[in-house]
Design a protein around this ligand. Structure first.
Ligand code: SAH
Ligand code: SF4
Length: 467
């Protein structure tokens, strides 16, 4: 979600004639887009922000901007204003569309400030003030506070969804597409409903038109984004309500679109109709990210997840009955408040039972303002780390085995670009979202080609093109 927000911010700036450069030190504007989901990101944000001060010292015209869901929290904005008074623009996730206007506002305020400083200097000189005040020049100040020119826009989420914003895509042939914003689920550990607000779905026509435009621009694959795509409820122009599966069936008919993915889908809302769509819609990829969070029913209850361990297992079984080779990944939180050794053991046995293709494992992190932050029985860090290590070992062994089973198979791969391994190696994804590296010509980028898998490791596959 944040990456896609960054694409939108880049797209808007590019439309105004700005260019993205890799080197922060020589930039005129730097924007830090933040994530509030876990504490680690918080810490990294303040560290990175501190580094911008050096640029500001050298170049007082430099514009420092911070945005993203951390800025939807009042205590964070106050901390930025107090500890980093030179930050010029602060905006939240609901104000992204206003960013170019905020820049204009800042530049206008700076001009005004300069003009009044000039005037003050002229007054000072004519009034023959003491010598040490003569020649007062704001540009000579080390890092001046941006207090008088600072632009801050953080709204609540009552506003309508803003359509039609440009985006500078991270990838040429695949794209993220938001279908909804916000979340109504209030899992007790999670900050998202407080920062991103309540669920709001885009109109189906707006989504379809955006995707049609993307396919005309050579996009072959879209990933539909939402905190819980299963609760998508879009009202069409004719007043009909569309659910998520309606959207998938409509996308199946879009010319030029070859692959559909989505994330994330909450297990409590995954419908039988969506499972059927995996079978009937050939463009819907054989892959699902299905966050379980914990293998223990009692922990799931305390997390407010609205499903049990047994219901989750049953759901996976249904998916596998319908689509036997579906790849499944998950999110798991280790060390949720009060998690006993027995409850954690349930997560380990669930992981062994389900045998995920891949997993994102997280140490529980206290998020101020969420119910779980107030729970008294927080787990010591050492215990969390020890449990985390055990879980990761199981998950990695499983990913390795799952990947090894691909060796010898031929997979359709959407060729995304050049691999990090070198310019003569291409990289792409299988239908099941496995990363594959293989030798090939740059001209193949953007095509879906057959690749024979020749080798595997924990996180990726190697292969060779079949002509
Ligand atoms: N809407 C998505 C998840 C968004 S947050 C969903 O429900 O699947 C992405 C992941 O971050 C979550 O699935 C969860 O595993 C993790 N996460 C969220 N809050 C967390 C916290 N306080 N501590 C640790 N992990 C957390
Ligand atoms: Fe957070 Fe739960 Fe909403 Fe996902 S579904 S964003 S974990 S509250």
């Amino acid at each position: 979600m944040n990456e896609h927000d960054s694409e939108t911010i880049s797209g808007m700036l590019q439309q105004r004639g700005y260019t993205q450069i890799p080197d922060r030190e020589t930039s005129d504007i730097a924007i830090i887009n933040t994530c509030s989901v876990r504490e680690n990101a918080d810490k990294r944000f303040f560290g990175t922000l501190g580094q911008l001060k050096k640029i500001k010292v050298q170049n007082p015209e430099f514009v420092a901007c911070v945005c993203g869901c951390m800025m939807q929290q009042e205590h964070i904005i106050n901390a930025v204003k107090q500890k980093y008074p030179w930050v010029d623009i602060i905006f939240g996730t609901h104000n992204i569309h206003e960013f170019p206007d905020m820049l204009d506002e800042l530049f206008a305020a700076r001009e005004k400030q300069k003009a009044s400083a000039e005037k003050e200097r002229a007054d000072v000189e004519t009034a023959a003030y003491p010598a040490d005040r003569r020649g007062y020049n704001i540009a000579k100040h080390d890092v001046r506070s941006a207090k008088d020119t600072r632009v801050v826009r953080v709204y609540d989420d009552k506003k309508e969804i803003i359509e039609g914003l440009p985006a500078k895509r991270l990838f040429r042939h695949k794209s993220f597409v938001n279908i909804m914003y916000g979340c109504n689920n209030f899992c007790t550990y999670c900050i998202v409903p407080y920062t991103r607000g309540r669920e709001k779905s885009r109109r189906p026509e707006d989504i379809l038109n955006e995707i049609r435009r993307l396919t005309q621009d050579d996009v072959k694959e879209v990933t539909l984004l939402g905190q819980n795509v299963n609760s998508y409820k879009g009202i069409a122009e004719n007043g009909r309500e569309w659910d998520f599966t309606d959207l998938i069936y409509a996308l199946q008919e879009v010319d030029g679109l070859q692959r559909i993915r989505f994330m994330t889908s909450h297990p409590k809302d995954l419908s039988d109709r969506l499972i059927r769509a995996f079978v009937e819609c050939e463009k819907l990829c054989n892959y699902i990210h299905l966050p379980v969070q914990s293998g223990s029913t009692t922990v799931l209850q305390r997390m407010n997840r609205h499903y049990t361990r047994e219901q989750y297992i049953e759901l996976v079984q249904k998916l596998r009955d319908a689509v036997p080779d579906i790849a499944i990944s998950t999110d798991i939180i280790v060390g949720f408040p009060g998690e006993t050794e027995e409850e954690f053991a349930d997560t380990l046995t669930l992981a062994e039972l389900i045998r995920y293709d891949s997993a994102f494992t997280f140490l529980y992190s206290i998020r101020k303002g969420t119910p779980a932050a107030e729970y008294g029985d927080q787990i010591p860090e050492t215990v969390k780390h020890e449990r985390f290590g055990r879980l990761v070992d199981i998950m990695n062994a499983c990913s390795r085995q799952k990947n090894a089973a691909y060796v010898g198979r031929t997979e359709k791969v959407l060729i995304e670009g050049v691999s990090k391994k070198g310019s003569d190696t291409l990289t792409g994804r299988t239908d099941s979202f496995k990363l594959v590296d293989f030798p090939g010509e740059l001209s193949l980028i953007g095509q879906i080609r057959d690749v024979k898998i020749t080798d595997s490791n924990t996180f990726s596959l190697k292969g060779e093109l079949i002509d």
